[in-house]
Structure formats: structure tokens, C-alpha cells
Design a protein around this ligand. Structure first.
Ligand code: ZN
Length: 243
């Protein structure tokens, strides 16, 4: 009889554990919009991002290469990922105003982010725009991560700042720091109604930074660093705001 009740207890316990596991499995996945900055514009036949005039390298291509690797890392971790572009071309005209420019880039993450989180899909939890920096001062190098604290982005200031600092911390394990994360207001990401970070991983105008980011294995390191940062930020956020 005692043995029987032990078995029953074990069965109840395993059923409970199964329910808990199911509950954990039902957690909403992190949804991220990745914006590989800029793109090639067929209308003008030109690149729209920063360029190294001495080598002919354009940031557009590196931004996309790192974005596709970041997408893979985040998907492997169970996240849902949307990209503003998947090829060399500037992103589509999301808001239908006839312009394909940076002002359109707020539309996709905003449209994804505005629906009530955890009630409807799709929705986005974070927006990460990937860029390379440029400066007329060719010695400038290193990581810069910025975010907006104005207009619609103001409501997400703390979360954007936390995300920016996580990304900065991870990237500066591989690359030199340029400046600690700071706010840049007055650009299209003021319109982003969700936590976001604009990542300038390195300076395309600096020879050492460019040599580093050109190597596919380093693009992978950068992608993994950003993925780790985004996932840690998400876990910390989930811990701070339980359902
Ligand atoms: Zn850029």
C-alpha cells in the first residue's frame, strides 16, 4: 500500500512537472526586427550608406552580412526575426509614400510593435539597426551604440538604454570602444515605439577596423556578440517584469 501511494505520488509529481514544462513551452518567443542599415538603390544605381573612398568598401554589404548571421543566431535561440531587407537593395516602401529611404524604416518595427504585446501577433519586442561608422578623421575607430529618447521612442528610453549597453558591452570584448552609448534624437528612430539600438560596430573609414570587419569569422563574432546581448537583455527584462 505504501509502495502504491509512493507510485501515485511519483505519477502526480511527473504530471505536475509535465504541466510546468508545457507552461514554459508556451512562453512567447522574443520577436526582433533587424535592420541591415542602408542598401543599394537601383533608382540611382548607388549605395546609400557610408563608404571607404580608398578601398571602395560600402557599409551596406557588411551590415547585411552581419544581419543575416545575427538572424541565424537569434532563430537558433528560438526568437522570431524580421529583417527590413534580405538582399542588397534598399528596403521596400513600407508606408507606401513612394519613397524608399530611412524615414520608411520605422514603419515595419512600429507596425509590429504597436499591437498589444502577448495579445496579438505579430509584434516586436526590439529593433536593432546595424551600421558601420564613418569619419573624415581616419584614425577614429571602435564601437558606438546609440538610441533615441525623443517622441515615441521616449517611452522606451530605459529599455533602449539597457539594450544599447548590453550590445556595447559584448562588442567591446572584440572591438575597441569609441564612445559609451548615448542618445541621438531627431532621426527616424524617434518614431520607434519599442526598445531599440542603432549599432555602429566599427569605422569603415579606419583601416584596422575595416580589416577586422572584412573577415567572415569576425562578422560571425560580431553577430554572436549582438545576439548574446539581445538575449541577455530579454531575459533580464522578463525577470524584472514577470507576467
Ligand atoms: Zn549607416
Amino acid at each position: 500500500m505504501a509502495w502504491c501511494s509512493l507510485v501515485r505520488q511519483a505519477l502526480v509529481l511527473s504530471a505536475l512537472l509535465a504541466v510546468l514544462a508545457l507552461g514554459a513551452g508556451r512562453e512567447e518567443p522574443l520577436v526582433v526586427v533587424i535592420d541591415p542599415g542602408h542598401g543599394w538603390d537601383p533608382a540611382t544605381g548607388g549605395y546609400t550608406g557610408a563608404v571607404n573612398r580608398y578601398t571602395g568598401d560600402h557599409e551596406d554589404e557588411f551590415n547585411l552580412a552581419i544581419a543575416l548571421r545575427l538572424e541565424r543566431e537569434l532563430r537558433q535561440a528560438g526568437s522570431a526575426v524580421y529583417l527590413t531587407r534580405r538582399d542588397r537593395y534598399v528596403p521596400p516602401d513600407y508606408d507606401g509614400d513612394g519613397l524608399r529611404n530611412n524615414a520608411d524604416r520605422w514603419y515595419l518595427p512600429n507596425a509590429l510593435g504597436e499591437v498589444v504585446p502577448r495579445a496579438h501577433k505579430p509584434r516586436a519586442d526590439a529593433y536593432v539597426s546595424l551600421h558601420l561608422n564613418a569619419s573624415p578623421k581616419l584614425s577614429r575607430r571602435g564601437v558606438t551604440v546609440v538610441y533615441s529618447s525623443a517622441f515615441r521612442a521616449a517611452r522606451h528610453r530605459e529599455q533602449s538604454q539597457a539594450l544599447a549597453f548590453e550590445i556595447y558591452r559584448e562588442l567591446t570584448a572584440h572591438l575597441k570602444p569609441s564612445a559609451e552609448p548615448f542618445t541621438v534624437n531627431g532621426l527616424y528612430f524617434d518614431k520607434l515605439a519599442l526598445p531599440h539600438a542603432i549599432v555602429e560596430a566599427a569605422f569603415i573609414t579606419n583601416a584596422a577596423d575595416l580589416a577586422w570587419i572584412r573577415r567572415p569569422e569576425n562578422q560571425q563574432l560580431a553577430a554572436e556578440a549582438v545576439a548574446r546581448a539581445v538575449l541577455r537583455w530579454w531575459r533580464q527584462r522578463a525577470a524584472a517584469e514577470p507576467d
